[in-house]
Design a binder for this molecule. Sequence first.
Ligand SMILES: C[S@@+](CC[C@H](N)C(=O)[O-])C[C@H]1O[C@@H](n2cnc3c(N)ncnc32)[C@H](O)[C@@H]1O
Length: 330
Amino acid sequence: MPDHSTPNDQRRTAWSRYWKRDVLHSLPGSFTGNYEGLIGRFWQQQFESLDASRSVLDIATGNGAIPQLVCLACSTDMPRVDAIDLAEVSPDWLASQPLPCREALHFHAGVSAEALPFADESFDLATSQYGIEYCDVARAVPELARVLKPGGHLALLLHHRDSRLAEVAREELRLTDWLLQAAGFLDRLDAIVPWVAQAASAEGRERLRVDPAANRAREDFNHAMQALAGEAAASPFPDLLEEARAFSAQALGALQGASAADILSRCRDYRESLRDARLRYAELCECAMDEDMMASFAERLAANGLADIIHVPIRHENGMLMGWTLTARA
Ligand SMILES: C[S@@+](CC[C@H](N)C(=O)[O-])C[C@H]1O[C@@H](n2cnc3c(N)ncnc32)[C@H](O)[C@@H]1O
């Protein structure tokens, strides 16, 4: 589980910026639309007994991928759905939904799973996909147990330590650190920007030719580019490095029409997005559960009164391990 030494406001800011990007979930590389295939089917099964008399809580909802699946499954007989997240979330897709869905769905931004603003025994079903394991489960599980009605159901899809997602996150965490390191690729890019800006004029180009500092910056940047190509060739998941290469080409190319200050500001934004991504990868790596973590999570649920706890690995249609499903009853 994440060690929660990262202050909640830093985590909230990083996730809030992510959800503003008009993404439905955090796996756009794995699912073009909503969760589909075997994962979509798992959720459909959980929603089979829902109707307008029922109530659902989705924990750590992000941009509401799971509530959207409830809308699809129960379009004519929508249960009330409360969806909470620590981050600032307000998904755009909701506005284009049919009225019953819009009326039934309630997003609660800035709400932590460790302090749910709901009365005891409020919900028939609590759900979370790649969500509750990001929370402080010692505090979130009692809260979840408190708000479930007696006989209510819990359905979770959780990160698995051996999943492809966790494997990619571990590598992307390493590559993010590589890009951000001192005197690394991004520092070298920053250093070359003012010199490339000068090269726009003949006079500037002449200054560059004779200036040792300009030559040093150029050599350093060329070495950094070679190192990046080497890292990319050696990495099983080099997408971040390809993006960094494309970003640098685009940033330096844009110096034809923009000032060095503008481009350096874009470089700062890019660094910030990488730091946010680093936080997300690090949290995924920490919260992804092996067998032992899963067993102690199940024990914690049992200690808080949940019964019939079943957890099994779930795979993509192509056989790729995607996580654990867990179902239980209050
Ligand atoms: C990987 S995303 C999953 C979002 C969504 N369930 C989905 O499937 O797309 C993890 C989410 O957990 C949220 N989160 C992390 N810690 C939380 C907490 N303590 N309380 C509520 N939400 C939290 C983050 O803000 C983020 O939106």
